[in-house]
Design a binder for this molecule. Sequence first.
Ligand code: HEC
Ligand code: HEC
Length: 693
Amino acid sequence: MKKLRLGLMSGLLAIAFFVSGMSPLALAVEYSETLPSAPGYNYENDGDYLGYLPNDYYAKQGKLTDKEKAGLQTWYFWTGGNDKFFRDLSTGKILSDSKGYAGTFDFLKLVDARPPNDPVAQADKTFTPLQREDRFKTIGVINDPGCKAATETDEYGLWLDNCNQDPHSTGIMGARKFKNPNFDPLKWNVEEYYKEGAQVEPPYRIGLSCGICHISFNPLDPPQDPEHPSWQNLSGAIGNQYIREGGLFGRNLPKDDFIKELVELQPPGTSDTSRNATDHIDNPNAINSIFNLGDRPTFTEVMNDGSEKEVYHILKDGADSVGLGEAAERVYVNIGVCSDEWLKHHEIIAGIDPQTPFSREKALQPGTCDHDFYIKTASRMDNAAEFLKTIKPYHLADAPNGQAYLTKDEAVLSKGKKLFAHNCAQCHSSKQPPRDLSVEDYQAWYEESVLAADFLDHNFLSTDERYSITEIGTNASRALGTNASGGHIWNDYSSKTFKELPSPNALELENPLKTDQTLKFRPKTSGYYRVPSLISVWSSAPLLLNNSVGKFTGDPSVAGRMEAFNDAIEKLLWPEKRDHVIKRTRQDTQLDLKSIGLGAGKVTVPQGTPAKLVANLDPNNVPLAFIAVPLLQQPLVSRLVAAGVNILPKGWVAPLLLKQNTAPDFVEDRGHVFGTDLPDEDKQALIEFIKTF
Ligand code: HEC
Ligand code: HEC
């Protein structure tokens, strides 16, 4: 029987992947004249992948060693050749089943800031040029302080930012431009490029570094104008809380496309890192900040070869548990490094064929990855880790006017500390009692620990332990991800210990179709969340793993952050104030079956449909009735089946979809009820203490 081509859904946005068609050596020669010269820092041979940062910016990071500086360069600028992958993605070359989306992910058009009414851009009906001064508010990316808006076209007719000091900058931090080896000046015509979508090879390909999602504004030095930041306003690993993945990857999808709606429903500051390779689960989550890495607890876990190793629990579910460097290498593959090899192990976007593990051992063998980019990337990870370890907390007391938000009342603060000791420290402190202490003495130990003047020093403010989703009670979608489980794509990057964790008991979840009813779901995967660090949590609301608790202000000033924090922490501690968020489509949208390789036709997904009803489908388990929907929508048939047009969500198909749902947890902002039964006054005292983290 012919396999059904659906999948897609959670498959869409491509956050991931690649191989290069160009030799770094050749590039080094080609670009040598224009290479940025960073005073006082000796670039490595593959300097072509480096970028410009002024000396006083380096200085602001503290007295960095050369290794830490090299690590900083990697974190901000290294793309490992993933520009080829992103180009292939935008041409549809590697989307054999998803041709309808060719041209969708064209980053060059995203950075080509053509004037608003430019006739060339108008040739592409789905495309609206994005101006430099609108980037932050529209898609939440951070402008490169070293660049200026274009005032005229370049030699190719493109309106690219003027980045004199850094020829590889696109003007957006983390988005890097490289010469396209397939570019033919004789065939180039900017009008054709816009008209024909992906048919004409452009002069540049765009690659992404980790910085695109991780660099954002420094809470202690916020920009006057977020569209025009200075270097000093940038922080390397705070996590971009403002980025809109839908705007970044789905900007030129048609407005009524269901996929467009899905990605726009995603909260700012989140990324669905298992969209591709897909686990068929809509589970975007917050890009967390990275602080005090050197104080992060480690665990002895059993590796896949049976050996034991001290590892961190990386990611929300603690899945990346074979070492920090290896975890970071995995992310590079997930954003397009070594994608020729990667794509042999999963089916891009649709994810119909079963995954097989991407082999780290093989990737490390010369010749496996184009230009050995995996090896080159891996060789940078020690330095990158050194850099990440230099990042220290941002305290509200040190922020402009920060003192105004902190209590001066020592009694309140001390009360808050004690409450934290009794209700939170067992999970949210890396300072834990000795193992041989008797249980009765725990509370006294925690109280003494939290009241000590140096409690926050070298404290990761988390045990980093994994807890079952049934214990934490927050939205289970991310914990149900399958990519790190045995035999799946990231098999090699999760420990044996992780893979052998017992699955949680059946979950009792709200039925989104009949909200007064519940449904039972029995997870087959691990189902855990690691305790997140609370360091500088005042600066990173909304809260919880999916950024679902608290309002989004989009304002990086101290006042903007505190407005977001106050709203979020109130909702966290007073659950009755939460919004009961279920992502429902805001308008009628069309799911184009052709674009996802399912043959002809479109399914109408009416306004108000819980998006995960459609997004969380495994193509191998799509109810046949769903595929029949387009047939039912033919005029004649629909006249016969009067109720056939709006099949979703009220019709007879919806319950079938719900039954096949890979992660039917629809309420985003539920759970984590620790401390919620305390008296109001206690909660206020607790909040005062949390602000000092
Ligand atoms: C498209 C956005 C995006 C890009 C690009 C990105 N990240 Fe992340 N990063 C995330 C998200 C989302 C999380 C939280 C994911 C989770 O925990 O499941 C995260 C978390 C992390 C963490 C912290 C995990 C923890 O346990 O504290 C590390 C380390 C990390 N990323 C490394 C990298 C590296 C290395 C790169 C570049 C190769 C990179 N990231 C690129 C989105 C991104
Ligand atoms: C049993 C362990 C445990 C206890 C006890 C606990 N937490 Fe948590 N906490 C977690 C876990 C796990 C998460 C992540 C849940 C998620 O995002 O889905 C979390 C998340 C949070 C967050 C959100 C962090 C962010 O960046 O979004 C805050 C704030 C928080 N906890 C505060 C507290 C406070 C305050 C207390 C005490 C009243 C407390 N927690 C008690 C385990 C715990």
